[in-house]
Ligand binder design. Structure first.
Ligand code: MG
Length: 162
């Protein structure tokens, strides 16, 4: 099965920017109830989508004080566990970040390692790409950051014993 996830967060001065569980040096960060990790939110939704389990807003609502400032690495851990419980195995994950600045290249390896570790995937099955919006739209104006993610999962069929 294939899953798709998308997320967007507003950027503001003085907030922290955390992408893929990595703290990015930037004068602008995401405005959010959780840690605002737009990339991991898109990954969570891709995983949930592939398993037909809804979206992260249903499990970790931003109106619930329990999730205020929560690490999205923790959210991804919980989503991964939900799939494992249902005998789903993640095959691969591909993501694209869209933001005007800063450059994500220096952080890519650390981001991929984080996602691979949390999702239990070999590193070569995690892909994170980044692009700007060519100064177009709200991302181009530096007002927000977007993330897209797709994944493939398979259900492990337990051999039936007679
Ligand atoms: Mg989000």
């Amino acid at each position: 099965m294939v899953g798709f996830g998308y997320d967007v967060h507003r950027l503001a001065e003085g907030e922290s920017l955390i992408l893929g569980g990595v703290i990015i040096k930037s004068p602008f960060g995401t405005v959010a109830h959780s840690d605002g990790d737009v990339l991991l939110h898109a990954v969570c939704d891709a995983l949930l989508g592939a398993a037909g389990l809804g979206d992260i807003g249903e499990y970790f609502p931003d109106t619930d004080a329990a999730y205020k400032g929560i690490s999205s690495v923790e959210l991804l851990k919980r989503v991964t566990a939900m799939l494992v419980e249902r005998n789903y195995r993640l095959i691969n994950l591909d993501c694209t970040l869209v933001l005007e600045q800063p450059k994500i290249m220096p952080y890519k390896a650390a981001i991929c390692e984080n996602i691979a570790r949390v999702c239990g995937l070999p590193l070569e099955r995690v892909s994170v790409k980044a692009t700007t919006s060519e100064k177009l739209g709200f991302v181009g104006a530096g007002q927000g950051v977007q993330a897209y993610s797709v994944c493939q999962i398979e259900q492990i069929i337990e051999p039936t014993t007679t």
